[in-house]
Design a protein around this ligand. Structure first.
Ligand SMILES: C[S@@+](CC[C@H](N)C(=O)[O-])C[C@H]1O[C@@H](n2cnc3c(N)ncnc32)[C@H](O)[C@@H]1O
Length: 386
């Protein structure tokens, strides 16, 4: 069992990675199996300002498996800037000085190979390089080894702290710095994986649907999907790679790359005017997934979807983007309740996902149609977690 730390481009993304980890027990498949037993967000939750770090422990994956997942993920590739692999038993230091003392005592890597420093915060790298001196063969490129160092505090140092705070911290005996010497092959964003795999996405919006499908583990291989407000076609293009048939509804034109997918049919009209045509097209087969990314109030979007809801199979899903006035964080329970009321008792589960691909002002609603109205339907759908 190993530990690792993921660093993101902003604190809100670190918060969302942490939320995924806590929600994974509740049917979210965003992470690969065995990724961790526990995740801890290092910093104030949801703040923009922070060290942007999440510590994962109890990981059963190998470093290469973790790196492959980061590269291939719908949004993880963009959100994660660094991964610090800490191995099974990371070293622990109480201060920068303690870290230097421990590293000097351990000495350079056994083969004298080139060593790259990878520290959070980055500003520690220069300071640490000066402290370690020429006895360590420090090389930022083509290293044999990487020394991962993560300060579990925003400033990463004790220099500016008062004596009293330092004493209190030492009293609590919480090591503030984790570090680990690893072979360079454990390094994220480094050879041999030179080419970052950018998923084949037609628009930025496409990342939202790709991530929602990944997060919910939705498989549609033989299904029918209906995309309301489809233009220019990012979501339609993603759906065409998953579903047998995609009905894309939007008065605006679709990108030729989406139109070129054999699974795609474009109805160039408003969703309200497309109901009969959709019914005729899907017939008895029904609909497996109904999605909407229309930029309107959630009640209006659900009103637009309502005539189509009877076409959904039991177990079929609805995915829609919710635009919030103001920040979305912390308003999930209220909106889950409101959406569950709007969708009606047939929808047994309503969840809001704050995707990595969502902005601060939007979240993604996922709901499943139940086989029959669930018992206690009034309490329908208020799901914990994401
Ligand atoms: C944000 S864009 C959708 C982007 C799309 N998901 C993508 O990935 O390319 C919103 C779209 O909703 C469409 N729209 C707005 N009201 C609509 C309605 N009543 N029926 C169908 N489409 C509508 C607009 O024409 C616009 O193209």
């Amino acid at each position: 069992m190993s530990s690792f730390v993921l660093q993101t481009t902003n604190q809100s993304l670190a918060h969302r990675l942490w939320r995924y980890a806590t929600a994974s027990r509740d049917g979210t498949f965003f992470y690969p199996e065995g990724i961790c037993e526990e995740a801890v967000e290092v910093a104030p939750c949801t703040d923009k300002v922070g060290p942007c770090l999440v510590l994962f422990s109890g990981c059963k994956l190998a470093p290469a498996e973790l790196n492959t997942w980061i590269y291939a993920g719908a949004s993880s590739n963009a959100a994660v800037v660094r991964a610090y692999w800490l191995g099974a038993s990371p070293g622990k230091a109480c201060s920068r000085e303690d870290l230097v003392a421990q590293l000097r005592a351990a000495g350079p890597p056994p083969d004298g190979g080139a060593l790259r420093l990878q520290c959070a915060p980055r500003s520690l790298e220069g300071w640490l390089a000066d402290q370690l001196g020429p006895a360590f063969n420090l090389q930022p490129v083509k290293p044999t080894w990487v020394l991962n160092v993560v300060c579990m505090a925003a400033d990463g140092g004790e220099d500016e702290d008062g004596q009293q705070q330092r004493e209190q911290r030492e009293h609590r005996r919480r090591p503030r710095i984790l570090y680990s010497l690893q072979p360079a092959s454990s390094l994220y964003n480094y050879s041999p994986v030179k080419d970052k795999r950018i998923p084949d996405q037609l628009s930025k919006a496409a990342g939202k649907l790709a991530e929602a499908l990944q997060a919910c583990g939705l498989q549609l291989t033989s299904g029918v999907a209906v995309d309301l407000g489809a233009a220019p076609g990012g979501w339609t293009h993603v759906l065409a790679q998953h579903a047998r048939r995609v009905i894309a509804v939007d008065p605006a034109p679709l990108d030729p790359r989406a139109l070129a997918c054999p699974a795609v049919t474009h109805l160039a009209c408003k969703a309200e005017d497309a109901v009969d045509a959709i019914k005729g097209m899907v017939g008895e087969a029904g609909v497996d997934l109904l999605v909407s990314d229309v930029n309107r109030h959630p009640s209006q979007v659900i009103g637009m979807m309502r005539p189509l809801l009877p076409l959904l199979h039991p177990g079929a899903a609805v995915i829609l983007t919710l635009k919030f006035h103001g920040k979305s964080a912390g308003r999930e329970a209220e909106f889950e309740r409101r959406l569950a009321d709007e969708l009606g008792p047939e929808f047994g589960g309503v969840r809001l996902l704050w995707l990595l691909a969502n902005t601060q002002h939007e979240q993604t609603c996922v709901a499943w149609k139940a086989a029959a109205p669930p018992a206690g339907a009034a309490a329908n759908g208020v799901a914990a977690g994401l």
